[in-house]
Write a protein that binds this ligand. Structure first.
Ligand code: NCD
Length: 361
C-alpha cells in the first residue's frame, strides 16, 4: 500500500476517494484522518468499543490518572480558522483526558499568516512544536494538501480534519455513528435502520460524511428530506448507488417522521451563500421538529443534530428521552479521545486496563 510519502501530490490528489482512503490507513490504522471513507465497519466497531472503555475508565480518579499518563509527553495543535464551539472544545477535552498539552490558533489575524506566511509554512511550523494537528478550514482540500506536505518532511505528524469547507467532517460522523451505535445497542445495532437527514443537505458537511459512514452497515435506508434548493448533491447519491445503498429523496418532512429510526436535523448553512440573504428566500419552516411531531415519532427512534441549532428543533423537545443531541455532543469527546489514542497506538493499553480494572456490569 502506498502512503503519502511514496506518491507525488499530483498523483495523490488525482486518486479516487476509495484509493485515497486506503492510502490513509497504513497498517489498517488511521494516521491522517481526512475522509469519512477511510473508516470501514471494523474500524467503527473498534473505535466505538474503545470510546466506551475510555468512558468507563474516566469515571474514577485512578482511571483518569491512567488515561492522563498515556500521552502526557505529547502536544496537540488545534488550528481552527473557522468558527467552532463543540468540535474545538471536545477536541480540547479529549486531549486533556489523554494528557496531551494543547496549543491553539483560532484567529489567523493573530498569527504570522497576517504577515503573508503561507498556510503550508504555518502548518510546518506547528509540526516543529507539536505532535498532532487538528485543523478546521473553510477550504475543502486544505487538510489533505497539508497532510501530504507534512508526510514529505522529516517531521511528519498526523493531521485530523475537524471540518473542511462544505466537504467533509469525518470526526463529527464518527461521533454520530457512536451515538447511533449506543442508541441501537439493544435493538440489533445500526443495521436495518432508517436514517432521515433533514435541512440544508446541499451544503452540510456533517451529512455528507455521515452518509458515507452509514454505507458500512447492512440494509440501512438513507432518506434525504429538504426543500429542493437544499437537497443532497448528486455525488453523494452516486456514492450510495455504487455502494448498493437504498435511499429516498423527499420534500415531505412530516411524512418521513413515522418511519424513521433516527432523524438527523441540520441548520441552513448560510455562511456559504454567495450573497448575504440568498438562502433566506428558501422556506425552511416545514423542516423544524416541534413538540407536536413527538407523537408521530416511533417510541424507539432518536432525534439528533450536530449543532449549533437555530429553530430546527424546538427546545421544548429537549426533555423527551428520544432527543439525543446533548448526549451526541458529549459522545464527541469520547470518540475523539478514542481516535487520538488509536492514531498513536495506545488502544491496546486502554483495552487491557479496562479488562483488568473495570468490573463487567
Ligand atoms: C457542524 C459543522 O461545523 O459543520 N457543527 C459541528 O461541528 N458540530 C454543523 C454546523 O455548523 O451546522
Amino acid at each position: 500500500m502506498r502512503t503519502l510519502d511514496q506518491i507525488s501530490w499530483e498523483n495523490f490528489s488525482a486518486l479516487s476517494l476509495g484509493e485515497k482512503a486506503t492510502a490513509l490507513m497504513p497498517d489498517d490504522r488511521p494516521y491522517h484522518v481526512l475522509l469519512a471513507q477511510q473508516f470501514q465497519r471494523r474500524h467503527l466497531d473498534a473505535l466505538g468499543d474503545l470510546a466506551t472503555r475510555i468512558r468507563f475508565i474516566a469515571k474514577n480518579r485512578e482511571g483518569m490518572a491512567f488515561l492522563h499518563s498515556l500521552m502526557a509527553y505529547r502536544r496537540a495543535m488545534l488550528y481552527f480558522s473557522q468558527p467552532s464551539s463543540r468540535t474545538f472544545l471536545s477536541f480540547c477535552a479529549a486531549c486533556e483526558i489523554l494528557g496531551l498539552a494543547i496549543g491553539e490558533v483560532r484567529d489567523t489575524s493573530t498569527s504570522s499568516e497576517l504577515k503573508g506566511e503561507t498556510q503550508e509554512d504555518s502548518v510546518r511550523t506547528f509540526s516543529s512544536y507539536f505532535d498532532l494537528i487538528v485543523m478546521r478550514t473553510k477550504e475543502a482540500g486544505l487538510a489533505e494538501r497539508m497532510s501530504w506536505v507534512l508526510s514529505n518532511t522529516d517531521r511528519p505528524i498526523p493531521i485530523i480534519n475537524a471540518g473542511s469547507g462544505r466537504d467533509q467532517h469525518p470526526t463529527q460522523a464518527l461521533l454520530d455513528i457512536y451515538t447511533l451505535q449506543r442508541s441501537f445497542a439493544a435493538r440489533g445495532g445500526i443495521d436495518g435502520k432508517r436514517i432521515v437527514f433533514v435541512g440544508d443537505l446541499q451544503r452540510g458537511r456533517t451529512v455528507r460524511s455521515l452518509a458515507a459512514l452509514l454505507t458500512n452497515y447492512r440494509d440501512v435506508t438513507q432518506c434525504f428530506c429538504a426543500p429542493p434548493p437544499f437537497q443532497i448533491q448528486s455525488d453523494i447519491l452516486s456514492m450510495l448507488d455504487a455502494a448498493g445503498v437504498r435511499y429516498e429523496v423527499s420534500a415531505d418532512f412530516t411524512g418521513m417522521i413515522p418511519g424513521a429510526d433516527a432523524i438527523y436535523m441540520t441548520r441552513v448553512q448560510d455562511e456559504w451563500d454567495s450573497q448575504i440573504g440568498d438562502s433566506a428566500r428558501v422556506d425552511v419552516s416545514q423542516y423544524c421538529f416541534r413538540v407536536e411531531h413527538l407523537s408521530l415519532l416511533k417510541p424507539t427512534a432518536v432525534l439528533m443534530h450536530p449543532f449549533p441549532r437555530r429553530n430546527e428543533i424546538s427546545p421544548d423537545v429537549d426533555r423527551d428521552p428520544r432527543a439525543k443531541y446533548w448526549r451526541q455532543m458529549r459522545n464527541g469527546m469520547w470518540i475523539r479521545a478514542a481516535l487520538i489514542a488509536t492514531i498513536f497506538g495506545h488502544d491496546q493499553a486502554i483495552r487491557e486496563y479496562h479488562e483488568k480494572n473495570i468490573p463487567v456490569a
